[in-house]
Design a protein around this ligand. Structure first.
Ligand SMILES: [Zn+2]
Length: 75
């Protein structure tokens, strides 16, 4: 069984890889997804998104990370 790639270990916002050293520290913040998985947000993005975290808003989703709004054609 190879479950090494099962966890999402890169920041969904900037794709920074979460290393074992990062895992040992407390700089990364966890976000619990509806499906029970955990998304890890890197320290930089954690600071940038702190207001969202404190507001209990979703910071990012591993499947659809902060999709940009589509351009609406001018009427
Ligand atoms: Zn990040």
């Amino acid at each position: 069984m190879d479950n090494a790639a099962q966890d999402s270990t890169a920041c969904p916002l900037c794709a920074l890889e979460r290393t074992p050293a990062d895992a040992a520290g407390l700089a990364w913040s966890s976000q619990h997804e509806l499906d029970g998985s955990i998304t890890w947000i890197c320290p930089t993005c954690t600071r940038a998104q702190l207001w969202r975290i404190e507001s209990l808003l979703t910071v990012a989703s591993p499947t659809a990370p902060v999709a940009p709004l589509p351009m609406r054609p001018a009427a």
